[in-house]
Design a protein around this ligand. Structure first.
Ligand code: ADP
Ligand code: MG
Length: 253
């Protein structure tokens, strides 16, 4: 059974998708078999690994709402060892369509259980909300990785997220752990970045990853080329730090 890691934060633009794509690719580069699950209707993870959303017949929507077998929807990517369960804008309706259905919170878990033995890691890129899609992700996950942008109000909204994690632990998935808090988009030239690091470490202590992701132009460019950073620019700082993060995740066990 692969380890399932949900990348979650209801704030948009904190680095969830960048982390999902690049952590997954770096885990694959370490020789792990990785499934990346895009559960954000924006589908940025899907295009980020080079899959053209226009070419997809069925996506995670069909799996969640119509019980299409996961294996039928999973696609290989250009990165060896990395597969994707893609998303399209069709998923935007799922949040509402799932509301009246039976076992609506465990749909993703059931979909993952079908294929979990084929992978070492299953990484889920969550949408920027705490709705049913994120609840499905936390219910299916062994752990949650929380990206936090090194900006003003970095901690804002995190108590809501942690409260949701506690509710899921209580009612749906008592094994859900915190994988770690990942500081992202650090601008090392500013004092603000340093202050945010201290503040987040005071709050989350040993739960903060040693690896900190700096702002890196190449990381911002890679998605428009449909490539993870390790192939887009293997010598970049971005490739170095996400490789470090993958090793830290592996050593977490
Ligand atoms: P989220 O999925 O949380 O909304 P994204 O990963 O899409 O966040 O990141 C938001 C934007 O910031 C994207 O345009 C992305 O390319 C860019 N970005 C993310 N991380 C970095 C980074 N470390 N350095 C530079 N740009 C980044
Ligand atoms: Mg995203």
């Amino acid at each position: 059974m692969g380890k399932v890691i949900a990348i979650a934060n209801q704030k948009g633009g904190v680095g969830k998708t960048t982390t999902a794509v690049n952590l997954s690719a770096c885990l694959a580069n370490e020789g792990k078999r990785v499934l990346l699950i895009d559960i954000d209707p924006q589908g940025n993870t899907t295009s980020g690994v080079g899959v053209d959303k226009g070419d997809i017949d069925e996506c995670i929507y069909n799996v969640l709402v119509e019980d299409t077998p996961s294996a039928q929807v999973i696609l290989p990517t250009a990165t060896e060892g990395l597969s994707i369960l893609p998303s399209t804008i069709q998923l935007a309706g799922a949040e509402i369509e799932l509301v009246p259905t039976i076992s609506r919170e465990v749909r993703l878990k059931k979909a993952i259980d079908q294929v979990a033995d084929d992978y070492d890691y299953i990484v889920i890129d969550c949408p920027p909300s705490l709705g049913l899609l994120t609840i499905n992700s936390l219910t299916a996950a062994d752990s949650v990785l929380i990206p936090v942008q090194c900006e003003y109000y970095a901690l804002e909204g995190l108590s809501q997220l942690l409260n949701t994690v506690r509710l899921v632990q209580k009612h749906l998935n008592q094994n859900l752990a915190i994988e770690g808090v990942l500081l992202t988009m650090l601008d090392a030239r500013t004092n603000l970045g340093i202050q945010v690091i201290e503040e987040v470490k005071k709050y989350f202590r040993e739960k903060v990853f040693r690896t900190i992701i700096p702002r890196n132009v190449r990381l911002g460019e890679a998605p428009s080329h449909g490539e993870p950073i390790i192939t887009y620019d293997p010598r970049s700082k971005g490739a170095e730090v996400y490789t470090e993060l993958a090793k830290e995740v592996v050593s977490n066990g």
